[in-house]
Design a protein around this ligand. Structure first.
Ligand SMILES: NC(=O)c1ccc[n+]([C@@H]2O[C@H](COP(=O)([O-])OP(=O)(O)OC[C@H]3O[C@@H](n4cnc5c(N)ncnc54)[C@H](OP(=O)(O)O)[C@@H]3O)[C@@H](O)[C@H]2O)c1
Length: 257
């Protein structure tokens, strides 16, 4: 197992890691020598992904974790504490989106459901894992956001990632506003933790072909995992409270909040 900047073997937790971008992030972090806890809400799907990645010789451990269920979150934290005692990286990847309806026709329950996962779930997992991250000399928190959560880009009707033409910006009430809230959550934690080594950042992984968009994305999950992995393995001089998007440049592009 390779070492992180502290010389200690690194440990990471990725939520929603049984498929899509989360599984690709898990694979890449494990390829870099991390012991990675593969969080999944469904045991069978989690075990299947664990088996697949272990078959590649990777140090991956399924942990049952439904981000909307606080008892499951707390059990996952206790298990990681018992087994490794600390966490070097938390990737809050689990996310959902409701049906693509205009805001005026979006049922409030859909908005609540999306927020439970994309916002409140992230807060629950972050608070449960922070004691473990504080024990790392270089804790990193990566929140999987989206350019659709950028208020600045939405108001200007411009998509800096080039997926949508100028003048077009999707109006997904539950998804966009949940990611905007997640962006605010990211900056708020980053500011609380500024006097610690913990760096907290948000990422827009690009338009990635996964189940969440019916595989319409143009990037592979491995390509979408690149910036999240970069932020999960930042050195001590890395940014905090940054919103970084995939743009094929080595460090990605800084997005406006
Ligand atoms: N794909 C893109 O173009 C794109 C662009 C910007 C941002 N993102 C973000 O990237 C993240 C990953 O999405 P993806 O594209 O990889 O989609 P995906 O293939 O649908 O994966 C979503 C993952 O989240 C898990 N999940 C959902 N609710 C959960 C819960 N309550 N507890 C734990 N896990 C839960 C899913 O588990 P199940 O298999 O059990 O449903 C699945 O593993 C999301 O936050 C998404 O918003 C994606």
């Amino acid at each position: 197992m390779s070492a992180d900047i502290t010389g200690a073997p690194g440990t990471a937790l990725v939520t929603g890691a049984n498929k899509g971008i989360g599984r690709a992030v898990t694979r890449r972090l494990a390829q870099l020598g991390r012991r990675v806890y593969l969080g999944a809400r469904d045991e069978q799907r989690g075990l299947t992904a664990e088996r697949e990645l272990r078959g590649e010789g990777l140090d991956v451990h399924f942990v049952h974790l439904d981000v909307t269920d606080e008892s499951s979150v707390s059990r996952a934290a206790k298990r990681i504490e018992r087994e490794v005692g600390h966490l070097d990286a938390l990737v809050n990847n689990a996310g959902i989106g409701g049906p693509p309806l205009p805001p005026s026709r979006t049922p409030l329950d859909e908005v609540r459901r999306t927020y439970e996962t994309n916002v409140f779930g992230v807060i629950a997992v972050t608070n449960a894992m922070l004691p473990l991250l504080r024990r790392s000399p270089a804790g990193r928190i990566v929140n999987m956001s989206s350019v659709l959560g950028s208020l600045a880009h939405a108001a200007a009707l411009e998509d800096p990632t080039g997926v949508f033409p100028p003048g077009v910006f999707p109006v997904l009430l539950d998804y966009n506003t949940s990611k905007a809230a997640l962006n605010a959550v990211t900056v708020t934690y980053a500011n609380e933790l500024r006097d610690t080594p913990i760096l907290v950042n948000a990422v827009s992984p690009g338009f990635v072909a996964t189940d969440i968009n019916g595989h319409q994305g143009t990037l592979t999950p491995e390509e979408g995992a690149r910036i999240p992995v970069l932020l999960a393995t930042l050195g001590p001089d890395g940014p905090t409270a940054a919103f970084v998007g995939e743009d094929s440049t080595p460090t990605g592009q800084r997005l406006s909040w």
